[in-house]
Design a protein around this ligand. Structure first.
Ligand SMILES: Nc1ncnc2c1ncn2[C@@H]1O[C@H](COP(=O)(O)OP(=O)(O)OP(=O)(O)O)[C@@H](O)[C@H]1O
Length: 689
């Protein structure tokens, strides 16, 4: 067993309790008796108009009306679920035709080179808390957008009418989701909009207790039985039973034991091709079951080859993060066990000698991170990899990110060229396009199950952005966490120091949060991952180590406190919720000068409605005062300040996240300093540019 803690036993999963956290709320309340916000209904924050700016919260009708034109996207009916029967009924491309190189879809980043029109600032975006003199201009500004939204609504309505045929008549403004849950379609009527906004913080539908069970598969890991109810396939053609004859009875038995009945779209399309030994590049949205799509074929391959430990390694699966490797190992484990295949996790932060000893004994399937795997390729004597038959690159685009690209190229040089190679990811970028010819054989099978979808994010996700001046971010964050303390929340930040800093400050304020970042020791990292995984509620602050591939059930809300580097990163971050047909919410924090990101996202098929904040109800935290009482916090604040500026500089979308538009004095205030606590030389240079 390695030291990474990946083999740690997971406690039996308890049924999720979604009741309020009375005790915790009380403590926070006691701690912050001034918090007016505590006195208002939990959903007040987002449903109320900007009463702070108006200095008037007595006009609820106007409030809602003011929200209406703010956001054209809110008025657009959410994308209708594709008719799955139709999708599946389409003739499958013949194998030979598939192997002919199809024109590669344009990389989205290329498509969106032109600067998009800047959203006009709303008063809240100015952060001045001033009442706007007139409301009308705001309506005018979005007039065009509304027209567009109306057109979209008309189109969507027609589509909806078609798909509704055969459904029971429902109330206007309601539709049945594919999970059978009633959803409100935004028709522009006030009441319904309020309903939709409230849903951002609404509790997720709880799975029925008997639908999800945890069962121990072996001594090393526990694997959850699958609750199929959210994946509404309704199509027996996708039944795993149809693979009888192409996959072994042992594999079918494990699938059955785990509760997998029907394949997801990516599985149905990729597995048959992979079983033929073809190279494949697969793209499907987050949480769509890509792991199993490669797990079954690699297990079958090893089983057919009758691979013995003395033959060394037959399959290598590379993932960009340690947690993702641990997770993949856990998915593979019951299948490997059923076929008596040896399997090992090879990730950084663990004892290399122990790993080397295992490799020498012969490990049929390796699940690894690229750096550590390369170390073994280079230095572990008697590690047999010349028989390697298959290489899987999970989250292929991320593997190519800085640091891994070099490792991967070296790995490819070491491995036998006669092998099957499989690339999977939820997103594609230019780097993956560049890797494909290096790693894959000519003309690999391309399976992109989302190419015909309007939205790049999943159907069950409700997302919105808030415009928040930097010095108010911590207050708003605190408020959001408190409001969602009975839920499971992930908060993304862009630097380790800021994760540490906000972890400290929030815990000082008795807002309990945990943290996870790449500089923790492997044991702490794995513990943190599993603790969060097994919690029914709680808030985790993390860097992008948590953005990719984590398959944690029951995450209700994703908050992106710092912006993602690009739309792909956004998609992966929000992909930690609303997985496998489930629902979830996501909120993106933007500073007033960053709102161009929204149109940029739209051009990448991510539509983000604006979420209003009633600033009056957000208690302002006096970070400066906290600094005076806590020297440690003040010191951390300095480091976090510097890390924030540096990470901001590192954001690639300079025209949107423009360092020259960042007011360092305001940034300093956000960390409780009334002047810049230290000079960040590189940042100054960048600003001058
Ligand atoms: N055929 C299936 N039926 C029911 N549930 C499934 C099926 N296949 C996978 N799942 C479940 O769906 C969830 C998401 O799967 P997985 O982690 O493989 O998604 P992914 O596509 O790799 O996501 P990401 O892109 O975020 O890494 C898992 O909990 C898995 O158990």
């Amino acid at each position: 067993m390695n030291e990474g803690g990946g083999d740690k036993k997971k406690p039996k999963k308890k049924p999720r309790k979604r009741g309020g956290n009375g005790g915790a709320a009380k403590t926070v309340k006691q701690q912050l008796p001034q918090d007016k916000a505590e006195r208002v209904a939990p959903h007040h924050l987002i449903t109320k108009k900007r009463s702070a700016e108006n200095g008037d919260n007595q006009q609820p009708k106007k409030t809602v009306k003011q929200q209406l034109p703010q956001d054209k996207t809110e008025r657009v009916a959410p994308p209708q679920p594709q008719d799955k029967t139709e999708r599946v009924a389409r003739p499958q491309p013949q194998n030979k035709t598939e192997r002919v190189a199809r024109p590669q879809p344009q990389d989205k980043t290329e498509r969106v080179a032109q600067p998009q029109p800047v959203d006009k600032k709303c008063p809240a975006e100015n952060g001045d808390g001033q009442k706007p003199k007139k409301r009308k201009p705001r309506k005018k500004k979005l007039g065009g957008d509304i027209t567009e939204a109306k057109q979209n609504i008309d189109v969507k309505k027609k589509e909806t009418e078609k798909t509704k045929a055969g459904e029971t008549k429902s109330n206007p403004g309601e539709r049945r989701s594919n999970t059978g849950e009633t959803k409100t379609v935004v028709t522009g009527e006030k009441g319904e909009l309020v309903k939709k906004r409230k849903k951002i913080f609404k509790k997720k539908k709880k799975p029925k207790e008997n639908q999800s069970t945890v069962e121990k598969i072996d001594n090393q890991s526990t694997v959850e039985l699958i609750d199929n109810s959210n994946f509404d396939f309704g199509n027996s053609e996708r039944s795993f039973k149809n693979l009888e004859g192409s996959i072994s009875p042992k594999t079918l038995r494990v699938l059955q034991q785990l509760g997998f009945k029907e394949m997801t779209e990516i599985q149905a399309k990729a597995i048959p091709k992979l079983l033929q030994g073809l190279d494949l590049r697969g793209t499907a949205k987050t949480g769509s079951g890509k792991t199993l799509a490669f797990t079954i074929p690699v297990i079958e391959l090893m089983s057919k080859l009758n691979f013995m430990p003395s033959q060394g390694t037959g399959v290598v699966i590379l993932s960009p993060t340690r947690e993702l490797s641990i997770q993949t190992r856990d998915v593979l484990a019951p299948f490997a066990k059923a076929h008596s295949l040896t399997m090992e996790l090879i990730i950084g932060g663990t004892n290399m000698k122990t790993e080397a000893a295992k490799l020498r004994q012969g490990v049929n399937i390796i699940v690894a991170t690229p750096g550590r795997f390369l170390d073994h390729l280079r230095s572990t004597k008697d590690f047999i990899f010349k028989n390697m038959a298959c290489l899987v690159l999970d989250e292929a685009d991320r593997i190519l990110d800085t640091g891994f690209e070099h490792d991967l190229k070296k790995i490819l040089q070491h491995l036998p060229s006669e092998r099957q190679t499989i690339l999977f990811s939820a997103t594609k970028d230019t780097k993956t396009n560049a890797l494909a010819p290096l790693a894959l054989k000519a003309n690999p099978v391309e399976v992109d199950v989302d190419s015909d979808k309007n939205e790049a994010t999943v159907d069950g996700l409700e997302q919105a952005y808030v415009v928040c001046p930097i010095e108010k971010r911590v207050s708003l964050l605190c408020r959001l966490i408190k409001e969602n303390q009975d839920k499971k929340v992930m908060i993304f930040l862009n630097s380790v120091w800021n994760v540490k800093y906000y972890h400290h400050i929030l815990n000082c304020l008795e807002v309990p949060v945990s943290l996870l970042h790449g500089r923790l020791s492997q044991n702490k990292r794995t513990d943190g991952f599993f603790t969060f995984k097994n919690q029914t509620k709680g808030t985790l602050l993390c860097t992008d180590v948590g953005a990719r591939g984590w398959d944690i059930k029951g995450i209700d809300l994703i908050i992106q406190f710092d912006p993602p580097s690009d739309p792909m990163e956004y998609i992966h971050r929000v992909g930690r919720t609303a997985r496998a047909g489930d629902s979830g919410s996501a909120i993106l924090f933007l500073q007033p000068h960053e709102t161009n990101f929204i149109s940029y996202m739209k051009s990448h098929s991510v539509t983000l409605p604006h979420m209003d904040i009633s600033w009056r109800e957000v208690e302002e935290l006096q970070v400066e005062e906290l600094n005076q009482h806590d020297e440690h916090l003040s010191n951390m604040g300095k480091k976090a300040y510097r890390a924030f500026l540096r990470s901001y500089m590192a954001l690639p979308l300079k025209s949107i996240f423009d360092p020259s538009k960042l007011d360092t004095l305001r940034v300093a205030r956000a960390y409780g300093f009334n002047k810049e606590p230290l000079k960040v030389r590189l940042f100054r240079k960048e600003k001058r540019k």
